[in-house]
Design a binder for this molecule. Structure first.
Ligand code: UDP
Ligand code: MG
Length: 328
């Protein structure tokens, strides 16, 4: 994609940790410390920490580039602007060279130390070990309730065995990641795409912690958008819902027509204004709803057909054992 041959020539390592980072200045140092400790323990020196800077404006970029300068295990990828969590993660996943890949959030809500147990689980022969949140600390009831509802609804709507209550926190092997990287779509709901791959996957229950620093970058609006991406990219059930709605209202309309004809024959005079207004309003809004659903799919098809790259990279900060220090 946006990579040069030079980057593709990077040497493989046993373990990659991929972290999308937006404005996470308060947590970067702690993230680096904890991830490094657990990587050393699990992979000796054969690991890399890929930190994708998603258009940060708070000094996160400088902090990460400094880390990359000091530690050859750290790679900083500065994207050209803020592309959003799922695209930033995709950039890191495409770039990384590990045989095993851990996806982590920068805010330490998912403890990196769980890697130990996840590695052990993978040793049993699984391709993907995905985190499943038992409890979520420090997240309001609204976020928890909407998330729980969303995962259950999504699961009902799709054919894929979609994991419930699981975010992107997971350990994958190279085989699974190569399949994921081969999916070119731009509306990316990565946890769903990984479920779609199949292979041998297993849940790993854990408790989600509070953010180490800062506040969430997923306000309600972004949560709704992610949910819409998930639904539209994994299911055409909403389109079917539109036609079902049409059928239901068709039958209701027939019944109403029968009633009207009957009253006409019976000669009763109807006042009519209220019922007419109600019918017009209801039908109008149903039509708009259905059009809106069509529009969601159509718009996504339009965006996909442009075939723009998913993201552009501004700069990469990395020591490369094979190619020497990459130009920064
Ligand atoms: N993130 C990102 N780009 C964005 C928003 C978020 O790279 O536009 C990163 C963020 O730095 C974090 C992860 O995505 O590492 C998850 O975001 P956050 O913790 O805000 O979401 P939440 O855990 O509240 O759902
Ligand atoms: Mg978070």
């Amino acid at each position: 994609m946006a990579h040069t041959g030079k980057i593709a020539a990077r040497r493989a390592v046993a373990l990659s940790v991929v972290v999308p980072c937006y404005n996470e200045i308060g947590g970067v140092a702690e993230l680096y410390r904890r991830v490094t400790a657990v990587c050393r323990e699990q992979a000796g020196h054969s690991y890399e920490i890929v930190l994708v800077i998603d258009g940060a404006t708070d000094g996160t970029r400088e902090a990460i580039f400094e880390l990359a300068k000091q530690d050859s295990h750290v790679v900083g990828i500065d994207l050209a602007r803020n592309y959003g969590h799922q695209i930033a993660l995709s950039a890191g996943l495409e770039f990384c060279r590990g045989q095993r890949i851990l996806i982590l959030d920068a805010d330490l809500q998912d403890p990196p130390e769980l890697l130990r147990a996840m590695m052990a689980k993978m040793d049993e022969g699984f391709d993907v070990v995905y985190g499943q949140r038992l409890k979520r600390q420090g997240e309001g009831w609204f976020k928890r309730a909407t998330a729980a509802l969303f995962y259950r609804l999504l699961r009902k709507m799709v054919d894929v065995d979609m994991a419930i209550d699981s975010g992107d926190f997971r350990l994958m092997n190279r085989r699974a990641l190569d399949h994921l990287n081969a999916m070119p779509e731009r509306y990316r709901f990565i946890r769903g795409m990984v479920s779609w791959i199949g292979l041998k996957q297993v849940a790993f229950a854990y408790e989600r912690h509070q953010r180490f620093a800062g506040t969430t970058h997923y306000p309600l609006k972004k949560m709704v958008l992610l949910a819409m991406d998930a639904m539209t990219s994994f299911s055409i059930v909403p389109l079917r819902f539109a036609s079902h709605l049409g059928m239901i209202f068709g039958f209701l309309g027939l019944a109403a027509l029968g009633y009207t004809l009957f009253s006409w024959i019976a000669g009763s005079v109807l006042p009519g204004w209220t019922s007419l207004a109600a019918i017009v309003l209801i039908l109008g809004s149903v039509q708009l709803l259905v059009l809106g659903i069509f529009g969601e799919y159509l718009g996504r098809m339009y965006m996909e057909t442009k075939r723009r790259p998913l993201y552009l990279i501004n700069e990469i900060a990395a020591h490369d054992p094979a190619a020497g220090k990459l130009p920064v």
